[in-house]
Design a protein. Structure first.
Length: 217
């Protein structure tokens, strides 16, 4: 409420000066100078109040994502890949606003962690295809505003913000947050750095998921 104080005081002060001027029959020189100073001070307070609204905007409200917390990792992956995925997802969930992480690589969902959605598989739709083709991430600041949100049914249905990050030409890493417009530029840079490291390890470990034989029971 403090950020509204200059705006309220300035407005009330300006209205009080106007009312005083209207009921004053004989205006003296000293009163004119005082009124001019009062108007100037009121204008400054209103300007400060408006600037505060821009500098300190009301933060968006968080929601409780609908879903169960879980950690699903493809058991057929090499141990080194499992370790890399576990590390990357843990860092993102604990150091950013991310509440759910999903990784799709080489035509298969290899990780889901955090608050999980209904679908167990990452569905590659138009947005994810474009990310893999252009090798440029996409940040959907408020998911409900985008028609393409239907492809993210593997995330909680009330996910607020989504980052789709490329993992080379074979995959994507999808992050979901419970607050719209919540990822900062620093967060985006951090996500990119982790994705680059993950991509490097996946490619250099020679991961080809279709050729990985399931472990014997």
């Amino acid at each position: 409420m403090i950020r509204y104080l200059p705006l309220v005081v300035g407005t009330v002060g300006g209205l009080a000066l106007l009312a005083n001027r209207m009921v004053t029959a004989n205006l003296t020189t000293s009163q004119s100078r005082a009124d001019a100073l009062g108007v100037l001070l009121s204008a400054v307070l209103i300007l400060i109040g408006l600037l505060w609204q821009q500098v300190q905007p009301k933060p968006p409200e968080s929601v409780t994502l609908l879903g169960e917390e879980g950690f699903e990792l493809d058991e057929n992956l090499p141990e080194a890949v499992k370790t890399e995925l576990a590390w990357a997802s843990h860092i993102l969930l604990t150091n950013t606003v991310t509440k759910v992480v999903a990784v799709y690589y080489d035509r298969k969902t290899i990780l889901r962690r955090g608050i999980l959605g209904k679908s167990e598989q990452v569905n590659i739709g138009t947005i994810a295809e474009r990310v893999m083709k252009t090798q440029k991430p996409v940040y959907l600041v408020k998911l409900e505003l985008y028609p393409g949100r239907v492809e993210f049914d593997y995330l909680p249905e009330n996910t607020q913000g989504v980052i789709v990050q490329p993992l080379g030409a074979k995959g994507v890493m999808v992050l979901g947050a419970n607050i719209p417009r919540s990822y900062t530029k620093q967060d985006e840079n951090w996500v990119t750095a982790i994705a680059d490291k993950l991509t490097y390890n996946l490619e250099n470990l020679g991961v080809s998921l279709e050729n990985i034989a399931p472990k014997a029971n």
